[in-house]
Design a protein around this ligand. Structure first.
Ligand code: 4NP
Length: 150
């Protein structure tokens, strides 16, 4: 299983989702791969946001090796599951890089926790206090993704 976590900038939410999922994959001894990308291109090559690095380190995760990259059309072929953090990411993926051969691969990550409710992981970029909540949401969601597909 190859999973791609997708948000807007690839510096706040999806790097956390990648880091959390990597740790869980290792804990479960699975042969899965996970990476992340952004729909936007403002932060290419940058490390995750310092606030994401900080909350991750509080939970024992080191995400400092990650570098932001932009979602490519080929990603839709290369990954088995593309997990969008919010509605606008989901719509961007479908509008920009998606064709019908990818149907079923693109999902909102919180659908694994709240099926059918179409909930979004809030963008914490403009809210210093949002990172803890985002971390907890993603932690639960990653656990459910693993339970569903393992
Ligand atoms: P992310 O957060 O999509 O979770 O990485 C954002 C990062 C950067 C921007 C917006 C959201 N930005 O406008 O640069």
């Amino acid at each position: 299983m190859k999973i791609l976590m997708v948000c807007l900038g690839n510096i706040c939410r999806s790097p956390l989702a990648e880091g959390i999922m990597k740790q869980k994959i290792e804990e479960r001894g699975l042969d899965w791969a996970v990476e992340s990308a952004g729909t936007g291109n403002w932060h290419l090559g940058e490390q995750p946001d310092p606030r994401s690095i900080s909350i991750a380190s509080q939970y024992g995760l080191d995400i400092t090796d990650q570098r932001a990259r932009q979602l490519q059309a080929a990603d839709l072929d290369d990954y088995d599951l593309i997990l969008a953090m919010d509605h606008s990411n989901y719509e961007d993926i479908r509008r920009k890089v998606f064709d019908e051969s990818h149907e079923g691969k693109v999902k909102m990550i919180l659908d694994y926790v709240h099926p059918g409710e179409e909930r979004s992981v809030p963008d914490p970029y403009w809210d210093d206090d949002g990172f803890e909540q985002v971390y907890r949401m993603l932690e639960e969601a990653c656990e459910r993704v693993l339970d569903t597909h393992q």
